[in-house]
Design a binder for this molecule. Structure first.
Ligand SMILES: [Zn+2]
Length: 879
């Protein structure tokens, strides 16, 4: 099914307000899997008092129109115009009641947008523009109205029928049918609408808000998953309490629903009081879900809950403003996870993710500001830039204004805009006005794409004791913007002695020195900061806590990096220094290999990693992060022309050499952490597990690795340890690997989420042969090309996380992947477009690979009836 959209660009500057208020929407669903009948009644009032009539323009897609009436007069076909996705009723009176009846077909809806079928139930996904696949409506976020929803269906097939708000009535009908009515008192945009109907099991709890109201918390899942909701429920309760304590925001209805589905294009959706979740972010049991899954569930449950205020109560004026709700809500969920787990570890993981996913986006054919100025298909703009970079920009407000100032800004934002659809400029104005500061120039972060670079040099004068830091910022041109402006960049700094002690800092002109981290501000292209009374050349600790989303260039010596790794008080800087050192070593060996020289391991890296491994004071989760080598894609980003095989070989060489040199210490730490205690869900237990399994991943590079790994698998009582051991056996090409995979398969063959892990383990296995394995696995009964989780686990992992497989020199990976993009486009354009973006970085590869990829891009571009989603990605890549 194609979505039939125009393929034309839409521009932010062309925004015009909708001329009508829609005062009420009454929806009636006659639910059926094959055909559902949707009747709607909408009350339109013209905003402009001076006019007596105006055209009514509605959006719709793939709707079978049965009837249309205006003020109780049935309209004939010459009284309205349908053109593509719009329906126009010319010259409607200033008070108009419009009634429509349409038929839609959930069973054949493979795009998973609008109303569709998942297992035992029907559900909706409307963001961004799925509501138009349900009924004719002004499907844009600035049209907010109150909804009343009545559903009727067969009682045995659809015992549960849910929508937004509160259930206000229900009853039985003849012929084994029943009906239910829901009313949502809060006006909302159509993208937050949802219905769910089917046979679902319920887990229930309750939450008492700070003002003493009871809220019923209900998680609906398919019956076999009823024992896997405990963690999701606990996370929801924690999120509700946290939002009261940290943001003073209380939930506003009597019921909060979460429904888990196996068939979902995204992670989860914040529909008002009826969140719909990819089951991956709800279901967990220690034997089925890893610690990372548990943390992911907590984060996503929090994220969708936090949207109730940042997104639902105050929403976006149009889709260009998507980061208004997403950047802010990602910031809030990061803070939630930081308060629940370890702040330092969360920060490092967020930065790792930003660098490996968002930086390449900023440097590629789809580069866009966090608030884009144009798009063809909005679904292509649910990006790391809008979400993750957007969150770092919210974090910079927080850094600049402090927690109290930031909260003052949030309070004013809600006072001014509760119940409205607004813009990023409105948010910035609230932050500025609440704090009496000028954030005009800060606004450039919203309109400028690309990752800024900050080049830093320094000079110490022993005679005067002056230390000067010179900073120069530069944002490289991106495909969408040639000229870049200077940005406001918060620069958090520390200075250390060669022995690792923090130096007090006193800028020239200041009367006294202060200790700890110093927050400075870059406002222009060049900035200079001079400190006095600095007795020796210091080691600068730059951009502490990653105070701005920039690439930092400073020429550290290995000795300086070692000081930061060992002594810096800022966990992010310690980690970053270890990453820099490892990155330098790997890229150096990659260059040596290319020249035919033998690879070697530098003693400073051994010393640094020995120091990390011997640290018995630090949080084990932090040590684990420091021990994880930069991944191959991130390393690839550091090269002019990517040497796929060289990076893989050099990284492998460094890891193995470190493992051999540090084998005794690795064994010792592993043995301490492998304490044989039964599984626990606490942050402390998770931190020990992650460090243990990082040690294991090094040990698998050594002689004894296989026996240790097999023993862990044998004794494991949780999925984290099981998967770590299995991955180890697969990556070391152990003769046991095949049997272990077969065992796992027979144990979990009926479990969709666990089987995703089984697909991932095989798709990620490096090497040119993996494409054949992936092709073979597509025939596995647990695989379905219609299911986005399966597509992401097998095809997505292969193309995006397996560089030596995807970039096999014969082009077999590219050809396979292009076939999948074409196949998927006919079923689910949104997922097809996501997969197509695996080709985005193609110009970074050697001439042979570029030619091979270009052939595949052209082959996709030539497909007849290609969706707007995929053609936007492919055309941008080819341009
Ligand atoms: Zn969101």
């Amino acid at each position: 099914m194609k979505d039939g959209r125009s393929g034309k660009s839409i521009f932010r500057k062309d925004y015009t307000a909708y001329p009508w208020d829609v005062n009420h929407l009454d929806l009636n669903f006659d639910i059926g899997r094959e055909t559902t009948i949707v009747r709607s009644e909408m009350a339109f009032h013209l905003k402009d008092q001076t006019r007596s009539t105006h055209d009514i323009v509605l959006n719709g897609s793939n709707l079978q129109l049965v009837s249309l009436s205006l003020n109780d007069c049935l309209l004939s076909e010459d009284e309205y115009v349908i053109d593509g996705e719009t329906l126009t009723i010319p010259g409607a009176p200033r008070k108009s009641v419009l009634k429509t009846e349409v038929k839609i077909h959930p069973q054949s809806n493979s795009a998973l947008e609008g109303l569709y079928v998942s297992g035992a139930f029907l559900l909706t996904q409307c963001e961004a523009q799925g509501f138009r696949k349900i009924t004719w409506f002004p499907d844009r976020p600035d049209v907010m109205t109150s909804y009343r929803v009545t559903m009727e269906a067969d009682q045995s097939e659809f015992p549960v029928m849910l929508s937004n708000g509160n259930q206000v009535a229900q009853g039985d009908l003849t012929g084994g049918r029943h009906w239910v009515r829901w009313e949502d008192p809060f006006p909302k945009p159509s993208y937050l609408f949802a219905v769910v109907a089917g046979d679902l099991a319920l887990v229930e709890d309750k939450f008492t808000t700070q003002s003493g109201r009871d809220v019923a918390l209900r998680i609906y899942v398919e019956a076999e998953n009823i024992d896997r909701c405990e963690h999701a429920m606990e996370s929801l309760v924690n999120a509700m309490r946290w939002d009261e304590q940290r943001f003073n925001l209380e939930y506003d209805l009597d019921i909060y629903h979460i429904v888990a589905t196996n068939d979902f294009n995204m992670g989860a959706m914040e529909n008002k009081s009826l969140n719909i979740f990819n089951s991956k972010y709800v279901l967990a049991r220690p034997d089925t879900a890893t610690d990372a899954d548990y943390q992911g569930i907590e984060g996503v449950i929090g994220h969708e809950y936090f949207h109730n205020w940042t997104g639902n109560r105050v929403t976006c004026r149009d889709w260009f403003e998507l980061t208004l709700k997403e950047g802010l809500t990602v910031f809030r969920d990061e803070e939630f996870s930081s308060d629940m787990q370890s702040r330092a570890v969360k920060r490092i993981r967020v930065v790792r993710d930003l660098r490996s996913r968002q930086f390449p986006e900023d440097d590629g054919p789809m580069a866009h500001p966090i608030r884009p100025d144009q798009y063809v298909e909005i679904n292509n703009f649910y990006t790391a830039t809008v979400y993750q970079k957007g969150a770092t920009i919210i974090r910079m407000y927080h850094t600049l204004l402090g927690e109290a100032g930031f909260q003052k800004g949030m309070k004013l934002y809600f006072e001014r805009h509760d119940g409205q659809a607004v813009t990023c400029d409105d948010f910035r104005a609230a932050m500025a006005d609440a704090n009496g500061v000028d954030l005009e120039r800060f606004g450039r972060w919203y309109s400028q794409s690309g990752t800024p670079q900050v080049h830093i040099t320094d000079h110490h004068d022993p005679a005067t004791g002056k230390y000067t830091l010179k900073l120069r910022q530069h944002t490289p041109a991106t495909h969408d913007q040639k000229n870049k402006q200077a940005l406001v960049i918060p620069f958090a700094l520390g200075l250390l002695t060669a022995n690792g002690e923090e130096l007090p800092m006193q800028l020239e002109g200041e009367t006294k020195a202060s200790g700890g981290t110093r927050l400075l501000l870059m406002e222009d292209t060049n900035e200079e900061f001079t400190f006095i009374n600095i007795p020796e050349p210091p080691v600068p600790s730059l951009f502490r806590d990653y105070s701005a989303p920039v690439k930092v260039f400073y020429d550290y010596t290995p000795e300086q990096l070692a000081v930061l790794i060992t002594f810096d008080s800022d966990a992010f800087v310690r980690w970053d220094a270890a990453q820099s050192m490892a990155q330098g070593a790997i890229l150096e060996q990659c260059r040596r290999r290319a020249k035919g020289l033998e690879m070697r391991l530098d003693s400073s890296l051994i010393k640094a990693f020995e120091g990390i491994l011997s640290d018995r004071m630090a949080d084990p989760a932090l040590l684990a992060e420091a021990m994880i080598l930069p991944d191959e894609d991130y390393l690839a980003e550091q090269m002019e022309v990517v040497d796929v095989d060289g990076i893989h070989a050099a990284r492998k060489f460094i890891k193995r050499a470190l493992a051999e040199k540090l084998q005794a210490l690795l064994n010792e730490r592993y043995a301490e952490l492998n304490d044989g205690l039964p599984y626990q869900k606490t942050p402390t237990a998770m931190a020990r597990r992650v460090f243990k399994n990082v040690c294991l991943s090094y040990l698998t590079e050594t002689q004894k690795g296989e026996s240790i790994t097999a023993a862990q698998l044998e004794s494991s009582d949780n999925m984290t340890d099981t998967l770590a051991a299995m991955k180890g056996l697969i990556l070391m090409d152990s003769p046991q690997a095949e049997a272990v995979l077969a065992d796992f398969e027979s144990r979990w063959s009926e479990d969709s989420l666990v089987m995703d892990k089984w697909f991932i383990m095989q798709a990620i296995n490096p090497g040119a042969d993996t494409v054949n394995k992936v092709r073979e696995l597509m025939q596995h009964p647990a695989f379905s090309i219609q299911n986005p989780n399966k597509v992401r686990s097998l095809i997505g992992v292969f193309s995006m996380l397996n560089p030596t497989g995807f970039h096999a020199s014969d082009g077999s990976g590219y050809e396979f992947h292009a076939d999948r993009v074409i196949e998927l486009d006919a079923l689910n354009p949104q997922i097809a477009a996501r997969m197509a973006s695996a080709f985005n970085r193609w110009k970074r590869y050697d001439e042979d690979r570029k030619a091979l990829i270009k052939t595949q891009l052209q082959r996709i571009a030539a497909v007849d009836g290609l969706s707007g989603d995929v053609s936007e990605i492919i055309n941008n890549a080819l341009r």
